[in-house]
Design a protein around this ligand. Structure first.
Ligand code: ATP
Ligand code: MG
Length: 570
């Protein structure tokens, strides 16, 4: 393709709206443009990247035995009412009415629609297992769309759904998808890690997220420095404390702590380590206000808390509720004398003696409080986030922490949807049996964006070759007849063998062309200049390393083919 014939509106200025590298560079390289919050147009260059990612996904899904189909974006409310998700999904589900006043939504995911299809079409165990996938636009009215393609409202997803005769079959289908995902993200040229993920209310261990490792990731993952354990911090289990403090309890005392409320302030004021402070957090659930105790240096894991309480929603209680319940402003809540409120505590509290807690009185704390003597904990449980240095929950090594971007998710659903929607088949004995399901998503745009988060420099994007919009950016440095002729000949030779070349045929200064090429990020730049040609040479430069080889034009093809197939250059 020639630059002059493509819409590639590169920007020299930093776009103000962009918060992350990938968002900024996708805008600057003329690959996307915002239409509304979280809603983008993919321009020709950006779309080429999207299509490359899709092609890799498609090949590997087909290889794994999945079949492609395409479901509609609009789906009728009745299906969502069957599973209860019409109410449960909340505001992320964009709803509308058609001209007959019937309720519809834009599909944020397609379990309902696929399960409806399969329950109608599959009668016998002989038709199973089945795995169907689509690559399609999803809509989720995200509360905070941001970071460009990373968290959009409208975005492209590959979603697959497997249907099996039994649990064992479903495990096989799950493993096939897990393996396919390993191949997909490897082929995309990404550094990633599969981690154990939270399974929500379904339980079990069969849920993995595929995380592209990047400092800018929204997710926190932990992994053991020995062995294979890796998990999303949302899920990572924390072992109970090894031993209880040897101290004997001292008498409870009330001390004035004027104006100090945060962990840092209180521990500095009382000259104690944060492990000696117990934070009391009040959470509002749909049912009640509940007090949660964690050590001063720990963080509450709200997912674990929700599971313990059996609720789907919790939030920190508003300051006025805290005041009403404790009689004190936020920062001074404590378990001693807290009436009418259940108290749950992280298991680490059990090992502590003589702790500092809020006194439910402004500017006051208790010191030397003791859980056995001074307050009533209803349950001790694992309620905190794992952190660096914790022992691995599966026995080997210590945990480390990294940031990741969730690009894919494989999930064992069991009979959740087949049960509510009555998706059954007849087993060999003629018994009606529920299909066992799995679901498997990949964010296509997010995968492309995460490749940029992982591969860029100050000048722009450095695409992994398999998903680059073009393999080669061809840069003639003048408009002279000799240069144009050599360029055209290289272009023809390369494109005839299927190599994708973007030919910058604009009458622009060399500097402008180099800047755009570095910004757009094709893995190789082929530079044709007057001086070089006079010596019979052109320059082939690697975007990533800046390494340049000077070659006679007739050797370029062999060189490029070797580079693109990772072969040594012969
Ligand atoms: P997140 O926790 O990031 O919101 P999710 O758990 O809601 O993700 P899934 O429902 O598992 O995501 O969707 C499958 C995949 O779709 C995700 O792994 C991610 O790559 C992609 N995805 C989800 N939400 C978005 C979004 N708002 N924008 C772009 N991609 C998304
Ligand atoms: Mg989400």
């Amino acid at each position: 393709m020639r630059t002059s014939q493509m819409l590639i509106p590169t920007l020299r200025e930093e776009p103000g709206e962009a918060e992350t590298v990938s968002h900024r560079l996708l805008l600057r390289a003329g690959m996307i443009r915002k239409v509304a919050a979280g809603i983008y147009t993919y321009l020709p260059l950006g779309l080429r990247v999207i299509r490359k990612v899709e092609a890799i996904i498609r090949e590997e899904m087909n290889r794994a035995g999945a079949q492609e189909l395409l479901m509609p974006i609009a789906s009728p409310a009745e299906l969502w009412r069957e599973t209860g998700r019409w109410d449960f999904y909340g505001k992320e589900l964009l709803r509308f009415k058609d001209r007959h006043e019937r309720d519809f939504c834009l599909g944020p995911t397609h379990e309902e629609v696929i399960t409806d299809l399969i329950r109608r079409e599959v009668r016998s165990y002989r038709q199973l297992p089945l795995n169907c996938y689509q690559i399609q636009t999803k809509f989720r009215d995200e509360i905070r769309p941001r970071f460009g393609l990373m968290r959009g409202r409208e975005f492209i997803m590959k979603d697959a759904y497997s249907f099996d005769r039994d649990e064992a079959g479903a495990q096989v289908s799950y493993q096939k998808m897990y393996d396919a995902y390993q191949r997909i993200f490897t082929r995309c040229g990404l550094t990633f890690r599969a981690v154990e993920a939270d399974t929500g209310l379904i339980g079990g261990t069969s849920s993995h997220e595929f995380m592209v490792l990047a400092e800018t990731g929204e997710e926190t993952i932990v992994y053991a420095d020995e062995g294979a354990y890796a998990a999303n911090v949302e899920r990572a289990e924390v072992l109970p404390p090894a031993e209880t403090a040897a101290e004997s309890p001292r008498p409870l005392r009330k001390v004035p702590t004027p104006g100090v409320r945060t962990v840092e302030e209180v521990t500095a004021f009382l000259k104690i380590p944060p492990q000696q402070l117990v934070k009391t957090l009040l959470y509002q659930t749909p049912k009640e206000l509940i007090a949660v105790l964690v050590r001063g240096d720990h963080e509450v894991n709200e997912i674990k808390l929700k599971k313990l309480l059996g609720v789907v929603e919790i939030e920190l209680a508003a300051p006025d509720k805290v005041r009403a319940a404790t009689g004190a402003p936020v920062g001074f809540a404590g378990p001693v004398g807290l009436r009418g409120i259940r108290i749950v505590a992280d298991q680490s509290i059990k090992a502590l003696r003589n702790v500092v807690v809020g006194a439910n009185e402004a500017d006051t704390h208790y010191v030397d409080a003791d859980w056995e003597r001074d307050f009533a904990v209803e349950r001790f449980a694992d309620l905190r986030n794992a952190r660096a240095g914790d022992p691995s929950p599966v026995g080997q090594g210590q945990l480390r922490v990294a940031r990741g971007i969730e690009v894919g998710h494989v999930f064992m659903l069991g009979a959740k949807y087949s049960q509510s929607m009555k998706a059954t088949f007849l087993d060999p004995q003629g018994q009606e049996t529920l299909a066992v399901m799995g679901c498997y998503g990949i964010g296509v745009g997010r995968t492309a964006a995460s490749a940029i988060e992982q591969n860029h420099d100050a000048k722009g994007i450095i695409w992994p070759a398999p998903i680059a919009p073009f393999h080669i950016h061809l840069l003639p440095l003048s408009q002279s007849a000799a240069v144009t002729e050599a360029t055209r000949s290289l272009y023809d030779t390369l494109t005839q063998t299927g190599i994708e070349v973007l030919w910058d045929d604009r009458d622009e200064r060399a500097g402008v062309k180099f800047n755009d090429a570095d910004l757009i990020g094709a893995p190789y730049q082929l530079i044709v200049g007057e001086k070089g040609l006079a010596q019979g040479l052109v320059e082939l430069k690697q975007r990533k390393t800046g390494e340049a080889a000077r070659l006679p034009p007739n050797q370029v093809l062999a060189h490029v083919q070797a580079l693109l197939s990772n072969r040594p250059i012969s």
